[in-house]
Design a protein around this ligand. Structure first.
Ligand SMILES: [Zn+2]
Length: 138
């Protein structure tokens, strides 16, 4: 699954902020992304609340997304909307990041597209329904 990098510049927040400081950013991505054979992520948007910690930035995501999917009963395509909250930590340069940890890069940017798509893909039900009362194929 290829994701477009989506980087957020946190330079001012990092340099001017104090430990415990918070800032909220608006995020929005409308690149279409094929998640698997049946699901295409159309877009997501929402907010990202950052908190500066000693060695990390805590990033709390609150996003809405739209995914084109296929109803498990009637097999029609429909747009499914979802809402998600999750968080990630990005290591600030003071200590070396372990493998798999997210980092603030040398340009003071954090990559948020990867974690967002990962969580959205995980949120999609195995058997999505266009509506609860869908009667299936007639
Ligand atoms: Zn249906």
């Amino acid at each position: 699954m290829e994701t477009e990098p989506y980087k957020l510049d946190v330079k001012d927040f990092l340099i001017k902020g104090n430990v415990g400081g918070k800032k909220t950013f608006e995020i929005k991505d409308s690149h279409k992304l094929k998640l698997d054979e049946e699901n295409v992520l159309e877009s997501y948007e929402g907010e990202l609340k950052l908190t500066l910690l000693e060695e990390e930035i805590l990033a709390e995501f609150n996003i809405n997304y739209v995914c084109k999917t296929i109803c498990a009963r009637c097999l029609k395509k429909f747009d499914r909307e979802g809402r998600l909250s999750f968080d990630r930590e990005y290591i600030v340069g003071k200590r070396a990041a372990d493998e798999g940890e997210l980092i603030v890069d040398k340009e003071f940017k954090i990559e948020i597209g990867g974690p967002a798509v990962e969580e959205i893909a995980f949120d999609i039900p195995l058997k999505p329904l266009c509506k609860e009362s869908c009667k299936g194929i007639k």
